[in-house]
Structures are given as C-alpha cells and as structure tokens.
Write a new protein. Sequence first.
Length: 1156
Amino acid sequence: MDDGLRAWLQDLGLAKYADIFADNDVGLDVLGYLTEDHLRELGVSLGNRLRLLKAIAAETGLQVPATPINVPEPTDPWASAQTPTVFAPTGTAPERPAPATTTDAERRPLTVMFCDLADSTALSTKLDPEDLQDVIRAYQETSTRLVRKYDGYVAKYMGDGILVYFGYPKSLERDAERAVRSALAIVEAMAGLNQTLGRDKDIAIAVRIGIATGVVMVGEVVGDGMAQERTVIGEAPNMAARLQGVAGRNGIVIGSLTKELSGDAFIYDDTGARELKGIPGLVKTWGVLGLRDDAARDAEHEDPDGAADLPPLVGREEESGLLRRAWQSVQEEGRGQAVTISGEAGIGKSVLVDGLRAEIRAEGLPQIVLRCSPYHVNSAFFPVIEYFKRLAGWQPEDDTGARLGKLEVALQDFEQPTSETVPLLAALLSLPLPEDRYPPLALTPQQQKQRIQDLVIAMILEEAERRPIMQIWEDLHWADPSTLELIGVQIDQVPTASLLMLLTARPDFIPPWPARSHITPITLNRLEAQHAAALITNTAGRNTLPEDVIDHIVTKADGVPLYVEELTKTILASDILRDIGDRLVLTGPLSSLSIPDTLQESLMARLDRLPQVRELAQLGSVLGREFAYEMISGLSATSDSVLQDGLQQLVDAELLYRRGRPPRARYIFKHALVQDAAYGSLLRRTREQCHLQVAQLMEASFPEIVEMSPQLVAHHYLEAGKGENAVDYFQRASARAIRMSAHSEAIAHLSKGLELVETLPEGSARDRLELSMQMSMGQVLIAAEGYAAVRAETAYLRALALCREMADVEKEFSIVQGLSVIYFVRADLKRSRELAEYLVKLAGSRKVPGPDLAADRSLGYALTFLGELEAGHACLDRASSSYDSAIHRAFAAGLGGADMGVGSYCFNAWCLFALGFPDRARESTTRGLKLAQELNHPLSEAFVHCASAVICLMRGEHEMARRHATSGVDMATEKGFPQYIHFNRIPLHRVLLDLEEGEAVENITRIRVTIDACRAVGSNLVNPLWLSMLAPAYGQDGQTADGLAIVADALGEITRTSERIWEAELLRIKGQLLLNGGNANVSESETCFRKAIAVAQAQNARGWELRAATNLARLWLDQGKPDDARDLLRPIYDWFTEGFETADLKCAQSLLDELG
C-alpha cells in the first residue's frame, strides 16, 4: 500500500487498519471516495469510521458519486443563457462566489425547487415566437427575483423551466422553509403578471412547482469557460422534477423531508403516496396551500421566548436558558427537540439537567431516564432493557409468570396490541413466553432488532402525543452500538412529537448521527473564578468562609464544579475552621492547612470521616455506579438494620442517592467520580476478592442477571483474576448478542474472550476454548461484514489450525465448509475448489448423512463457475436431488447463507442454461423458490428471486424477470440483507432498460454503483455476469467505447479469478459492440464471435454457443455468405430439445428461416 496512506493512518492513531486497507487495494488515490458503508464493510468500528470520515473530509472533501446531474458552476449563474432556447433574466446578477476548483467536491443538504411553466406547448401554438419569448422572459424575471429574495440560487434555465437550489452555494437557516416561501410568492406573482398578459396578449399563465430536500454531493467541475458546470449527485434534483410533474396549475408539491424541515409554517394538503418515475417505492407527497396566519404575520421573525425563569444555576445561566427554550418549543409548539450536553467528568452535566427536571416535575409532567453504564458498553439495548424492567415493576423474587403479568399490565396503556408488543419486549428482556398464548416470533435476528427499535420509539412518541415529556439519555460515552442506533433513528423522528430528548456525554463521544436543525449542542466549560466563588458560597450555606480559603479552593478546583463542591464540604467538615457566630475563621495559618490537592483526595477525606460506612461505599463501588439493596445485602455480613443505617449515612453525606425503600431500594453514586474514588481506595487483593464474591452471588442468587447480562458476570470474574470463568461468560454474552442481531456487541465480547484465552495456561482446555470462540467469531463476522470479510477468514484459519491439532474432524468439516464459501464469494475459485475437494474426502469418512451433500454443493459451486459445467452440474444435481431439509438444513446453520438445497437449485439453473437446457433451468429455480418458501427462510428466498430473475432475463421473459427482481429487493430490504438487495437490484435495472422504463442513464448508473458496492466489500463472485448485463446497456445508449471498457474489465476479472462460466458470453458481447459501434470493425467482431464459439464448445456450453453462432451467422448473411451462415447455425440449433419459446431459439429460428 501507499507509504503515505500508512503514515496518514499512523498520524490518526489508526495504524491497525493499514493492512486491511492494503488487502483491499485502498490507496491515497481512492481515499476521497470512501463512504461509511465502505468503512463498515472493511470492519472499521463506528467511532473510528466517524474519525476517518472526518479526516478524509478535511483531506479531500470528496465522497462517492451516485447519480450525476450537471448544473452550472455558481461562478457564472447565467452561463446557460448563451444558448438560443434560454432567455436570461435581466437585472443584477447574484453575488458570485469565488471560482471553485476540481477538488472541492462536498456532501451537503440541499433543497431543490423545479419550477415549470404550465401548458407551454399550448402557448407556443397561440403566440408568435417573439411574443412567446417575451412571456417566458417575464415569467423567468419574476420568478428569479422572488427566488433571490429568499436567498435561492438559480442553477439552470431549462427552456421554460427553472432549477433552483436553496443551500448551495451557501447554506442558510431554514433552507426548506425559504424554498416553500419563494414558491408561494411565485404562484402569487403569477396573478399580477396575468393582469398585464391578459390585457396585452389575451393569455393567462400558470406554474407548476416541485420541491424536494436531501443530501447531495456537489461534485467536480465539468466543461470549460462559460459552459462550466458542476455535477450535483443525489435524489433531490430528480425528485423535485418528478414532483413538479404531478403538480396542478399554480400547484406546489413537496416531499416529506421538505415538509418536516418547513415545520408548521404552512398549510398542507396530504396528497398521499405515489409512484414517481425513477424513484424506488412509493413517495409521500404534500401540497402546499399557503402560509398559516401566524407564520404569514411573522415571516421574517421568530416568536419571542416566554418561558418563566428557573432558579439560577451558578455560571450556567446561558446553558440553562437554552434548555428552557427547547422545552418551551416542545410545550407550546409540539415540536420535538434534542439537546446534547457535553462536558468532562464533574463539570455539571447532571446539575444542569436536574434544574430542568425540577421544573418539569413541578408541572406534573413525565420524565423518562435511561442511563448507560461502563460495564455494559457491549450489552445491546442495556438502558432500554433497564427502563422496561422498571416500567413493569419487576422484582428479583418475581417468577416468570409474575413478570409476564406485570409486563402485560404495563403495556395495556399503549395503543399497540399486547399480542405484538409482549413477544417483542419479552425477547428483549429474555422472558420466556407460553407458546399457547404467544407463538414464537417468525423473525430473523435483524428483523427482530428492527421491530424492537420501531416499537420502543413508537411507544415513546405515543406517550408524547398525550402530553409533553422529557427523555434523558445519560452518559452516552458508555452506550452500546444498538442503543446508539436506536437513538439515531428516534432523533430523526423527534420533531413529530412533543418530546424533549436530553443526551449527556463526555467530550470524547462523537455522535454517530448527522447534525440536524432540531438538535442543539451544549458544551459545558469550566467555571470562571467568580462563578466558582459563588458556588462555594452557595455550598457553604449560612457559613461564611474566609476570603483566602475561598481563593485557595478556587485555585485548587480549577473550575470543575464537582471539585469545588467537594473541597468546600471537606473543609467545612474538617477542624481547620472555627465558628465564631457570624462567620468561620481559620484555626491556623493557611499555609499549614491540609487542603486536598485532587478531587480523589477530597472524596477520600470525606469517606475517612465516615469510617463505619467506608467499607460499604467501597463494596457498592465494586457493584457499579448503580446497585440494588438486594445485591449489597447478599455481600455484606452485617445485619439489615446496620446495613440500612450505613447506607443512609452515605445518602445523608450526599455521596449516594436512593430510589425506593429497602429491601426494594436502589442506590446511585452521586457521580461516577465518587464511585471511582471509593473503588480506587481498595487494595488489589481485596478488590479481586470482592469481584469474585459478586460473580458467585450472581450465579447463586440472581439468575436473571446471568441470563440477561452475562457480560456483567464476565466483568466481575475478569476483575477477580478468574480468566477461564470470564471467557465462558463472554461466550454466553456473544451468543445472546447474536440472537439479537447485535453483531458489533457480539464481536466485542468475543474479542475480549480471545484476549483472555491468550493469558490462560497452554493445554487442550485452552485450545478447546479458543477453537469454540474462533468459530463463533468467524460466524458473526460473516453475518456482520459478509463472506468476504478478511477477519472472518483469519478467524476460520486459526480455528482450522486448532481443530487439526486436536484431530476434531467434526468441527474441521464445518470450518472448511465456511472457508470454502468465503473463497467462493471472493471468486478465489481455485482455492475454493481445493477446499471443496477436501470436503468430499472428509465427508466420505463420516458415518452420518449431511456432509456428502454439503461437499457436493461446495464442489458443484466451484466447478460451475470455473466453467467445468458438466462436472458442476453433476455435483449440483446430486446435491439438489438428495436434499432432505430435516437432515441437511443444519449443515448451513451458522454460515449465515442460503439453505444448501436452495443454493444448489439456483446455481444448477445457471449451469443448465449455459449447457443448453433453458426449460430445465427455469424448473430448477421454481423448485428452489418453492423450497425456500416451505422452509420459511427469507434469505434463501431473496437469493432464489435473484437467480430466477437472471434466468428469466436470459430466456427473454422480461416481465417475469422484473417480478422476481422486485420481490427479491423487497424481501432483502424488509429482512435486512444488503448483499441480496444488490444482487436483485442489478437484474431489476437491466430489465428496466430492456423495457425502456425510466431514464437509461439512471438505470445504467444504478447498475454501475451497485457493482462497485459489491466490489467494495470484497464480493467479487458473479461480477463478470453483472458486467455482462451492463456492457450492452452502454451499447444501447450509444456509448460503445464505455461498453467495450466494461467488457475488458470483466474479461480481466475472469483472467484473475478463473470465473469462466461467463467468458463465452462476454466475448460475444464484445463482438456485438464492435459491430454496432460507430467505427465498426467487422474483422475484429468476427474474431470475437469465433472465440466465443470456441470457448463455449470447450465448456459444452451450448446455450452460449447458440448465441454466438447466431450473431456470427447474421454477420455472414450480411456479408453475402448465406451458406456458411446456415452451415454454422443449423447444427447447434438442431441440437436443442427444449426452450423453443425462448428469445435465443426464436431468434435463431427466424434467422434460419431467412437463410432458407
């Protein structure tokens, strides 16, 4: 790899990714084109993805392009007015930004307005061309003036249409709202304009306007001089044009995001969801009827803030005001807000939040608090789980029936039926359900995770519909990935409800969601000296401290509020001050005073003054920031009365907070730093012994913790120095995470477990542990990152070495099978074949059924794609004909792929078509689809839809191909199978091209982008097939050179991977492109057709041979060689015994009829 890139990663502290970048051929030349999806597929963690994207943006400013639309360079907004069909408005041009270079591409949110003159064709027949020019100029001048009034930018005049951007070249506040206001102004202006036009020309004009908002990439500059333009890439420009097309006369139609960002400033008409050409799925649209009365009155001004002042917080008046205003917006306008509060430990995040909580509590309005934990950073949905346990009122002594009953009661107040909510939340809470009342969920882990997210958010939003609520997410720097994902989804929806989200975190936390207009960031800095002094005075209460003591505390505390408070309390509790009635005085010189130098010392000094309960604080600190009375009572040797009295002393000293009463009470350390201080004061041996006691207590008395939070037990065993016990629980934690489709958390648990394994004594026990964990790691990495994941290969290779050392043939078969599939998906077909042949050998040594089919399938896959079609067909035929789901389905378990029987049917179908059996090929996919549906296996169904779409395309059955591809995309999208979204989307856009539906350029681009996405994750298999679908599309669009480049790319990939099943077809396509090109090279075309026939004959691929022979025969007929053409085509046509209704055989028959 580039030394420069390695050094760049080193500077970022991310050198560990250097080899991964090198293995995937990522260099400085493509750095700017990496997206978050690329980095995710490379195995980069969430936080590091964000760091890399931020650094890449600073380095290059580039992102991966999608669908380009050329627009003028903003340095010359009227450049396109030089063409005869465009009428440039008169007047002063807008301010021109500095010329852009070719390296300043950027992603940005953009609101696009497309305004078109309605019924312009009718006008052109009624008016003289010069009069029509005057009308269009008047309309454009009027529209341009109003666009500029609202700071819009006219990107292009397109005949009588106007393309306008709000948010580029400069972004302002409320871009979407300003776009809608300008549209309303244009519509209103048409009435005034029509007075003149009606008098002078006896006509009335109207406009149609569409507005859409989305993230786009403003890309490279193209063109020269006055024709210089930029590419703007994204869905918004296309959607705006489509929305304009459905608007009525003087109508304005906008998309959902534009409406969301515009808020309640306008009166809307819900025009429903509709299909828009070139945009997948149904698009929700809204008509804009006008401004609301209050919005019209205050068009340029915000409403003043009218919230009552809260009690002052020392030094935090500005921040407190921001929170109040956010809450006021929620209460008065019903417009949800999110506020992030960032600051270092002890800086006062909780104090700031508590001020608003006190006000809301006084109003009798609900609050929902969800607290993250440093012990649960890899526990999927930990704060959500704790919230629902509290909501249901679960107690430790409750059995399963009692907990189910409480959960059902708690959910009765929500609109969603308990028949749906209970099973989902029970799965989240690991609560077994009686099957006679609640049948098992027929959901994949990913789908279950998605449904849980949707349910949690729906319940919060439903509560917010009843009355304004505040939801607090504390300590997000300790949040697990699944929780962060849920918060990101909820933040997008928060403007729709009367909900205030407060999110607190330390400065090193980087939010994984993008900035939004409804998110207010607050950063808490250290207090200034005067504010620190005021806090000291407040903390001291009626006691007046000497000025020099106050100055000393201010200096020591360095502006950290918690340290200020703790130092003040420590000094007040010490004997260095004496009360003389109206004030406190020093008992000696200040220089001799023992004032703690650190917060740790201050906190410990306070604990030292409570010697009877110091050990309780230390024991509680081992349990965590929050702990239950039942837990600490199980560890303490004292009586309940002594224990409760000791805990109360800690509460009175404001070191602990208490919720509830013993034995139901829960205790929370006032601050994480208080817990850290108590924990840090324990001797190592004592600390280890305490952790061991906690782990053993959990195992003996708290089975729900062992079941729901095995990682917590692992943590305590780890801190106790019991690595082997910890490994077991990390494995359990990973298994639970996998069941919840929390792959990031599962990988983290397994990584910790594997780190621990290395510390264990060498021997067979250690090897067995590592083998089990490496196999699990390989499986979860495949599920998370795909079969081509380098880390999955590494895990499987290590597992293979271990099981061979242990002579474990049972596990060896499973591992080799996984590796064979990994190499197959990467198109490393020779290595895949070697492993498949080894699988056949292993299968022969086993006495149970199953491995023989798995081995046949793996070998059949490899042989088929290597172009050894008859041998591949034989293996796949055996595999599919001998398949028994009761026996064989288990052998695919854990690999994360399609069912073996379904896969055998699918690839056998492709093999059969190439061999010249198109009817049997369709029959094979039909059987595969039936099996997938019988098995209720969505991933297999998505796969077989792709295979079926390909077969239908090959047979020329375009409508059937579209149905399969559309079903495959829908299935893969619903169930969360990104790879199969790609695999179905390519044939879908190919068939749309053949049916001439949608813009050709758009369909070509979508195919190209999808192929690139597959390659980006190392999934190279089938790429030559996809490229063989793309190349003719360029030819159909008149881009022969581009089509030939695609063929060259595909043939190069075949040379590299030996995926020769598609070689003959690509050579044929190359010949056809050469023949149809502007500078036809007949001789070279003929050579390509001959090569294609030779390759097909060597493979016995009569399906490909027929196609190439038909093309060559047609060429010879055109050259006046009908006899040669007939002699070539007749034998191969006569060989066929089926498929006479397919396009290929019909074409060949038609040509033979011509030849006579």
